[in-house]
Design a protein around this ligand. Sequence first.
Ligand code: ZN
Length: 421
Amino acid sequence: MLADQETTRRSPGDLTAHCIACGHDAVELFLDLGETTLANKFLLPEDITDDEPSFPLRVGFCRACTHVQLMEQVPPSAMFEDYLYVSGASDTLRAHFDELSAVLVERHGLGPDDLVIDIGSNDASLLASFARFGVRTLGVDPAQNLAGFAHERGIDRYVGFFGRDTAPDIVERWGYASLVTATNTFPHIPDLEGFLEGIAVALRPGGAFVVEAHYLLDFLEQRAFDTVYHEHVSYWALRPLVTLCDRLGLEVVRAERLPIHHGQLRVTIMRAGEGVPDGTVAATLAAEHAAALDRFETWQRFGVDVERMRTDIRSTIRDLRAAGKRVAAYGAPAKGNTLLSYLGFGPDEIAYIADRSPLKQGRCTPGTHIPVVAPERLLEDRPDYVLLLAWNFADEVLAQQAAYREGGGKFILPVPEVRIV
Ligand code: ZN
């Protein structure tokens, strides 16, 4: 099934692209995950066709500003206007949003007159946490199908993409923001200049923009190659973000590394001269240099390691299947689709995927067409092994599935090394 993918893979370094952070034609390929379908386009069984659109999924490193990014981009409108990922589905994430809102309300001294804008507000989970403190809230998100969630929670919503073109309209309707947040949406932004220019428009003097993104140092350490999918245009480290902000009249004033969601970087940005960078900025830049995040050779090695992981995971599961074991999977995050597609696995290898999100149950994974079912199925059906696609929530899932494991069921953790627990 994978033979054609293997023969068409290019050697690392044989192609360059335009950098979305610095503009130089200096991005070199180091990881080619083949052609894949869009990771969040879960399908109803009746909508499965032979001609699902697929796009190259390849990652490169900019030799000019060190930014790690996709080599090719899919238009955002193809991905975000009908969106099935609902952040409120996870207990871990809800707790994180409560912590984040409490920290930021205190740190920035926010009160009833202050407006907090969350970009990529999804089901308004983060803004609901902010609303507990009596601040004004506005969600900005292009996904029409998620608008009802914000409405139910009494949170205002602007349906559209954020950037230099829409920021003036938002300011006119809701006023200037004391705080703008973007949790896990910043890596989605292809037009970084337009986005950050919009931030500079929307903030009141002394206001702050707080970004959280999967951190490149964790991506490297965990070999989290499956977090690569078309929505994630960027894989952020602090260094290229500092360079980009400097160029646009913004300044990074704080950088924090967080354990949540397979490792995040939280960065606070203000207009240049309105804040004072603390020691975390220099310390984070030094740690990134020490880990050689800024060297192309680091990423070439990463590409080789990922190919070896693919071989290991495939042989583990194929050996189990050959021994007559039944294998299912748990969690249908978008990144699970990168992994399944890269492995070349479909319903023959993975019978079904259990997932708590009712929006995904009854659908099939894009490209690989594995059915998604409710988690109760694991206890009814008792497969011998369950591949944990949502490996970043391993502790939470293993606790929830204690009954399955007590009954003899085992989990396969795929990343960063194959482990059976
Ligand atoms: Zn660059």
